[in-house]
Design a protein around this ligand. Structure first.
Ligand code: ZN
Length: 137
């Protein structure tokens, strides 16, 4: 794994959270994106080399809605940048970690992503992400 790519924060209201984090960081977000497959609206900030991803549920079945119901708002996951996500999934599975997505899927911010189950990582939801080449125009 190369570095922390971003930290995901579950929020109830993306608009309000955006305003608050803009004030906190002193910079505007650089992107808002809906990830339909996950039932979330996301907003991204770039703070130095690390990104902060705010996540708001778009429906009650969204993993974010369930997370907030159980634990309230707060840090939801830590994402690590990897060069070869499929090789990492294979390596971590062999090491005994529970990988939720055996096949990486398309996540927010032009990434291939896969999550590790927090049961196998001391309660921390870990996301692996590999940057995709930008689509050629
Ligand atoms: Zn994420």
């Amino acid at each position: 794994m190369n570095k922390i790519e971003h930290i995901g924060i579950a929020v109830k209201h993306l608009k309000d959270a955006n305003t608050l984090f803009e004030k906190l960081f002193g910079i505007p977000n650089y992107k808002v994106e809906e990830v339909e497959s996950e039932g979330v609206n996301t907003s991204f900030f770039k703070v130095g080399d690390t990104k902060i991803e705010l996540l708001e549920a778009t429906d009650d079945d969204s993993p974010i809605a369930k997370f907030i119901k159980k634990k309230g708002e707060g840090i939801h996951h830590i994402a690590f940048d990897v060069d070869d996500i499929e090789a990492e999934i294979e390596r971590l599975t062999k090491e005994g970690f529970t990988v939720i997505h055996k096949t990486p899927k398309k996540g927010a911010d032009n990434k291939l992503v896969a999550f590790l189950h927090p049961k196998s990582t001391n309660g921390v939801l870990i996301e692996l992400c590999q940057e995709l080449p930008l689509p050629s125009k």
